[in-house]
Write a protein that binds this ligand. Sequence first.
Ligand SMILES: Nc1ncnc2c1ncn2[C@@H]1O[C@H](COP(=O)(O)OP(=O)(O)O)[C@@H](O)[C@H]1O
Ligand SMILES: [Mg+2]
Length: 366
Amino acid sequence: MLIKDFYLRHFRNYQEQKIEFQPGINLLAGPNGQGKTNVLEGIYYLLTGKSYRVKSENELILWGEKNFYLQASFDVMNRMIKLESYYETGKKVMKINQFASKRLSDYVGTVNAVFFSPEDLNIVKSSPQERRRFLDLLIAQVKPGHISILNSYLKAIRQKNNLLKRDKSTNSLRSQIQAWNEELVEFGTKILTNRWQFTEILNQYCRPIFNNIFSDQDNMELFYFGLGKKSLSEALEIFPDLLEKKMDQEIEKKSVLIGPHRDDLIINLNGRPAKIFGSQGQQRSLVLCLKLAEMEIIRREKEEYPILLLDDVLSELDEFRRQYLLDYIHITGKQTIITMTGADEKIINSQKSVFRVSNGKIWREQ
Ligand SMILES: Nc1ncnc2c1ncn2[C@@H]1O[C@H](COP(=O)(O)OP(=O)(O)O)[C@@H](O)[C@H]1O
Ligand SMILES: [Mg+2]
């Protein structure tokens, strides 16, 4: 997959900007605070209808303006696809080839990208929420229906939580909880099944990559830890009973206590959680593995590599892993957009297209 022309209007610090991306490596170079990451954020928004940096789209509008507009043309399996996003407070329009998409799940996954920034270290280091988000986003890219299932599940959780927060003395409370539990089991089962299946695929791809980029003495392993169980069949079997058993406790605590919204993706190194026992170098290598595995899984499903977006990561990696990543990009000529400050440029001395970024303006250098 290739992104070709990209156009931004009133997005972040861009008044109006057109960029013609090239196949292979595209460098966005410039000092800090000039708008390099904003470009990657714009591409990501166009592909997913979401920003990974902010909750409200209002923050994405150029200060003093009322709306933003993004547009890009892509090459997917030798076909041209045009995506557009328009946003103003209370109105959001996403279009594929001129046609407005009704639901996000009609839109996400049309064009795929893997985004990698230094903050992704949080996938290994931080809370289960970060790991669930990583996994869900990967699934959504190849199985867009996953988004609707997640939304239905989360809606049922919200409604059940509201119910639990209301007066606990009503007679009908238990039967109402049971009704929500049925919904939670219906959607939760699909979420668990998808997450388990994709964790296994991720594990298959990650393990050999880790041995290549870290050491073949060390072993990594991923497993999904759902409803406190290590296997899907066990988790699915106990799910309805578990909700029933937890009912008194949930009424007492006024909150839904169990379900896929509380699960975790465990990343182990030599049998121990990498989150706790991994060194900084091991944790960084693990994130790189997860991202490269994501590239391979999308390619397997879509028969084409996604676009790779690297935000300031090259300077964070040591020489060996940086070279590994650059070789990986070169082998099949995956289109990659890399942001870096001027000082880092010497680390790339191969074929590339360089774009200078300065105070919300971009021009091509070579
Ligand atoms: N909504 C907005 N309107 C105008 N400028 C913005 C907006 N949001 C962020 N900025 C500006 O964008 C710049 C940061 O851009 P960014 O792409 O993160 O920089 P970098 O080049 O370091 O990656 C800052 O100067 C910030 O003030
Ligand atoms: Mg940046």
